[in-house]
Design a protein around this ligand. Sequence first.
Ligand code: ZN
Length: 139
Amino acid sequence: MKSFRKELFFQTKNRFELINITRDVQNAINESGIQEGLCLVNSMHITSSVFINDDESGLHNDFKIWLEKLAPHEPISQYRHNLTGEDNAASHLKRQIMGREVVVAITNGKLDFGTWEQIFYGEFDGCRRKRVLIKIIGE
Ligand code: ZN
């Protein structure tokens, strides 16, 4: 069995951004040379997510509004976590809902997706350097 590890880096302009990273993940699979196996992709931070959904701008706007209703950033003082001097409690909550990681099958060297599935990095506390881990195992 072979294994391959790679990190992706992000520094978004905005606190909230959703970024399609499907091409980056497929490039990592190509680099790995693995044809049959599993690919794990996870955020290495507790205020951002990796998730699978549709690459459709209306849906992405819906995610933003829905997450902001569930965990509004303001007022910052509503969260106990922010008493530590941080302002990102809402970002931790958004990450928890959207998840930490995805695992996708690799078949014939390609991500073995269902229809419309794409992999996204969800940033909820951006404007600083963040990392995503890609770990691939297989043959
Ligand atoms: Zn925090």
